[in-house]
Design a protein around this ligand. Structure first.
Ligand code: NDP
Ligand code: AKG
Length: 422
């Protein structure tokens, strides 16, 4: 079922899609789904590629590609983030949209899966250029999105300011304010308490649940120090773990006695990255992934744990803050070596869970306290965690296989009940 690809055409995005299709194929096998339904689940429902003109401050006109893929809408409106990254392509966005479908089904929120992206480096644009580009991209995907159709949110390279521009562009076209069209918004535009740190809080909840013992002194390495990685490091450190290493594009830093994460966040904000943090030694990007730690949290991009480095991974547990950081070949090696992998669609589901809570608040024009949001987040995540670990134990599956069997199974059931599948 995994389509064959010419080696010369294999981009990181294509590799991510191949991984997602492989995981679907395995789950479909466990569920005994027939070929027609498998093909339906492997195929995005809607897939849009757009050209986005970007007028630069010096008058130049660049044209970049943008995408929005709705992988599945059988359980509700499509939901998923917007990624601004130079390496983004249609394959990557399709893979990320497919993972959103299984993630929403796994944690039991009434959404399908989507993802969007623009192949651009936001750090290379001025704020005005970024705003113009975002608004133009949103205008291009306008027919697809809406609070009852498809609701974007932040991902790599986007933030609450981006979401504010999405909300405004959509609202200007509608003629009235539509806060429910996007989540991860600033509080002043209808954002939810707790959304900023939600993915990281979820990573902490998943890691502590998987550890099943006191976090005191548990050693952690975190790859990626953006929205997810920095706060995951903070929350794990707050819980008593010793975060010994973190990295971002500027480099990796290590301190065996434990990094002061609050100080490191201050340094990264000032210096533009973690490199050069005075209370730590420099480390290579590759070495960070191979440190002898209790917990490794990949929180950057896909395909960083592969068959090449998996045999050298010494972490006892991997908690996937990122989407798709581990390839299927690496998964097999890690399973054989006894490394527990808490899979992305479970470990990083805190973000979309609180996005759902934000959307529910928007649709009711009502707001919940941070305590209420946190309680609902914990309930949904721990409920899914317990279902995944029980099924894994019962059927002798890895946590990723069990999570996919549950997520894919729920979507397949929705198709069958609706009769969309003849
Ligand atoms: N934001 C969210 O709510 C959710 C995000 N995710 C996933 O989490 C991951 C991170 O997203 P998010 O934190 O939002 O993105 P950000 O853009 O906020 O941060 C990405 C981070 O990754 C770093 N990075 C990129 N490449 C490398 C590399 N090769 N080695 C080390 N660090 C690297 C970046 O470094 P630098 O800053 O120096 O560029 C940055 O610190 C993605 O996989 C995303 O899909 C999953 C669920 C929800
Ligand atoms: O919050 C959301 O809606 C989606 C977050 C996201 O893109 C993800 O979970 O990968």
């Amino acid at each position: 079922m995994v389509p064959s690809t010419t080696p010369a055409l294999i981009t990181p995005g294509r590799q991510a899609l191949d991984s997602a299709l492989h995981q679907l194929d395995q789950a479909a096998g466990h569920l005994g789904l027939d070929d027609g339904l498998r093909t339906m689940l492997a195929t995005p429902r809607r897939s849009l590629t757009v050209s986005v003109p970007v007028r630069r401050e010096d008058g130049r006109l660049d044209v970049v590609q943008g995408f929005r893929v709705q992988h599945n809408v059988s359980r509700g409106p499509a939901k998923g983030g917007l990624r601004f990254h130079p390496g983004t392509d249609i394959h990557e966005v399709t893979a990320l949209a497919m993972w959103m479908t299984w993630k929403c089904a796994l944690v039991g929120i009434p959404y399908g899966g989507a993802k969007g992206g623009v192949a651009i480096d936001p750090a290379g644009l001025t704020t005005r250029e970024l705003e113009r580009m975002t608004r133009r991209y949103v205008n291009e995907i306008l027919p697809l999105i809406g609070p009852e159709k498809d609701i974007p949110a932040p991902d790599v390279g986007t933030d609450e300011q981006t979401m504010a521009w999405v909300m405004d562009t959509y609202s200007v076209n509608a003629g009235y304010s539509v806060p429910g069209v996007v989540t991860g918004k600033p509080m002043t535009l209808g954002g939810s308490l707790g959304r900023n740190g939600a993915t990281s809080r979820g990573v902490q909840i998943a890691a502590l649940a998987a550890l099943g013992r006191s976090p005191e002194g548990v050693t952690v390495a975190v790859q990626g120090f953006g929205k997810v990685g920095a706060l995951a490091a903070q929350y794990l450190s707050d819980a008593g773990c010793k975060v010994v290493a973190v990295s971002d594009v500027t480099g990796a830093v290590h301190h065996a006695g434990g990094l002061d994460i609050a100080r490191l966040r201050g340094h990264a904000a000032q210096a533009g990255g973690v490199a050069g943090f005075p209370q730590a030694d420099a480390l290579s990007h590759d070495d960070l992934l191979e440190l002898d730690v209790d917990v490794l949290v990949p929180a950057a991009l896909e395909g960083v744990i592969t068959e090449a480095n998996a045999p050298r991974i010494r972490a006892r547990m991997i908690v996937e803050g990122a989407n798709g950081p581990t390839t299927p070949e690496a998964d097999e090696i890690l399973a054989a070596n006894g490394t527990l992998v808490v899979p992305d669609i479970l470990a990083n589901s805190g973000g979309v869970i609180v996005s759902y809570l934000e959307w529910v608040q928007n649709m009711q024009a009502y707001s919940w306290s941070s305590g209420e949001v946190e309680l609902k987040l914990r309930d949904l995540m721990l409920g899914a965690f317990s279902e995944v670990t029980s099924l894994a134990a019962e059927r002798g599956l890895t946590l990723r296989q069990a999570a996919h069997v549950i997520g894919v199974g729920r979507v397949a059931e929705a198709h069958q009940m609706r009769g969309l599948y003849p």
